[in-house]
Design a protein around this ligand. Structure first.
Ligand SMILES: Cc1cc2nc3c(=O)[nH]c(=O)nc-3n(C[C@H](O)[C@H](O)[C@H](O)COP(=O)(O)OP(=O)(O)OC[C@H]3O[C@@H](n4cnc5c(N)ncnc54)[C@H](O)[C@@H]3O)c2cc1C
Length: 477
């Protein structure tokens, strides 16, 4: 793809003092316009990154012409549920992610901080003020042209960031499914809890794969009859999350939930249902006793580094506090740290590991980037971050440069690597958590491990930005 020659046009048009030349630079920028689809959280950040570096953007947003079942306004960056972007503490995952976004020059983080409301150590925003500030800044940028239209097809060439979110319109979802393959696009998620390996007591578990087939990749949690019956009773009694009205009304919901039953629904179908379903012990003899336990909860590696384990088939809609309480009573789980708790939502997302690179570029379609919840990333901050990374890489492509991969010692880099490289067959959305980072070699630092990870993130990102500046002298960072 031919791009600008930053050596000749290495200027941010907005810094050119002469009005005539400024206009000429803007026109040249428009010749290389990047398309961004969706003005939720990821799209505006992507658009800003591109435009701030002097390349024009065409940003499409379908609201208010076509509404989603969750958004209430026609503003960009509408937070559809909680108004919190998570803890700002330096040793929390969301605090580290905020620091990374700041280092990378995130516009939405800057505006979120300007619209913050008192929330202790968390960054919570006045959602109306935040959405208005993002809309004003992005729509007011001279290099961003906003089109209030529903996009129904994907551009076959050029540079594009697809950020149409968990409620992507049906027509566009159809176009995405045609490119991805229908089996690679989901409309609901079925999330089972994920636990960090270093919080488990493996002496209470045993390694085995069913019938001894292949490597003993799974860790197994043995349940005796008493513990199994207790678990069933607790699942039945625990408080559940009610689906939103628009989720229950979706005709695909019933089919999905029947195919992918939450454990509490299965437990209600009979005392033995879980033991003949996801907790079946057949072929899982415990080498320590030589016997097959009454029931078994299997743990499967969630990432290549095996720092995280997924509770196989344990998708659930129980309230998060209830999940933690019940699971911590299982063998080996007393100190379990969950990097993700179970949930089942309406959520359009790609089977990203089969489709995307860690640069968030579609494999085999240079110039098409995906950002936001569609990638399988979760969380407001992660979605802003994905927009930032996709925006930086769209800019690189527009300027004829290769996309960048962020260091895996950063949470954003680790999350992008996760969505590109997690096991594809069982892929489910994930948010930025410390468990995604490479294991720390120094176990003596256990008590301070999050502070160490935060320091690694900051130093590796600073080094990355030094070694990989954005092309063009006008780049924002
Ligand atoms: C009901 C609900 C509650 C949620 N609660 C939380 C929460 O509390 N915390 C949290 O972290 N996350 C929550 N999420 C996830 C949340 O949506 C994301 O974290 C975040 O908004 C995703 O950002 P995004 O940019 O990918 O998508 P969005 O913010 O949804 O933005 C996508 C944009 O694309 C537009 N669009 C869609 N299709 C088209 C089209 N064809 N043409 C043009 N424009 C289009 C949409 O109108 C929308 O403005 C929730 C999601 C839902 C659905």
């Amino acid at each position: 793809m031919r791009g600008w020659k930053p050596g000749i046009l290495g200027k941010n048009p907005e810094t050119v003092p002469n009005a005539w030349f400024r206009q000429a630079f803007r026109l040249l920028g428009r010749m290389r316009a990047v398309t961004v689809i969706g003005a939720g959280l990821a799209g505006p950040e992507a658009a800003w990154q591109v435009a701030a570096a002097g390349v024009a953007v065409r940003l499409y947003e379908m609201r208010p012409r076509r509404r989603t079942p969750a958004h209430q306004s026609d503003q960009f960056a509408e937070l559809v549920c909680s108004n919190s972007l998570g803890s700002s503490l330096a040793d929390r995952a969301s605090g580290v992610l905020q620091a990374e976004l700041e280092q990378l020059g995130s516009k939405l983080l800057e505006l979120a901080r300007a619209c913050a409301v008192p929330a202790g150590q968390a960054l919570a925003v006045d959602r109306t003020a935040f959405a208005a500030a993002v809309t004003q800044a992005v729509a007011g940028h001279p290099l961003i042209e906003v089109r209030r239209e529903e996009v129904t097809t994907l551009p076959s060439e050029g540079v594009c960031v697809l950020a149409s979110g968990p409620l992507t319109s049906e027509a566009l979802a159809g176009a995405v499914a045609r490119l991805a393959g229908t089996s690679n696009l989901s409309f609901f998620d079925a999330i089972a809890p994920v636990v960090s390996a270093d919080s488990l007591d493996f002496t209470e578990l045993y390694a085995a794969s069913r019938y001894g087939h292949g490597e003993a990749d799974y860790w197994n949690v043995p349940l005796d009859p008493e513990r199994y019956r207790w678990l069933v009773a607790e699942l039945l009694a625990a408080e559940k999350r009610a689906p939103a009205a628009f989720e229950s009304a979706d005709p695909r919901a019933a089919r999905f939930f029947e195919r992918c039953l939450p454990v509490e629904v299965l437990a209600a179908r009979g005392a033995e249902a879980l033991r003949f379903g996801p907790l079946r012990p057949v072929g899982l003899r415990d080498p320590r006793t030589g016997r097959r336990p009454y029931a078994v909860l299997q743990l499967r590696p969630e990432n290549r580094a095996r720092t995280l384990y997924n509770l196989v088939g344990f998708q659930t809609n129980l309230r998060h506090g209830e999940q933690e309480r019940i699971l911590r009573a299982l063998p080996g789980f007393a100190a379990a740290e969950f990097v993700r708790l179970g949930s089942m939502h309406r959520n359009t997302f790609l089977r990203a590991p089969a489709l995307l690179n860690a640069t968030l570029e579609w494999r085999g379609r240079p110039g098409l980037f995906v950002a936001g919840q569609l990638t399988g990333m979760e969380g407001y901050l992660g979605n802003i971050g994905s927009g930032l990374l996709a925006g930086r890489n769209a800019l690189r492509r527009a300027l004829g440069a290769e996309p960048e991969t962020l260091p895996r010692t950063t949470l954003l880099g680790a999350l992008a690597a996760h969505v590109a490289e997690a096991p594809a067959a069982t892929f489910q959305p994930m948010k930025a958590e410390f468990g995604l980072l490479p294991p720390l070699p120094d176990h003596a630092a256990r008590a301070r491990r999050n502070a160490v990870r935060a320091a690694h993130s900051a130093s590796s990102l600073a080094e990355h930005l030094r070694l990989h500046p954005l092309p063009g002298a006008y780049a924002a960072v």
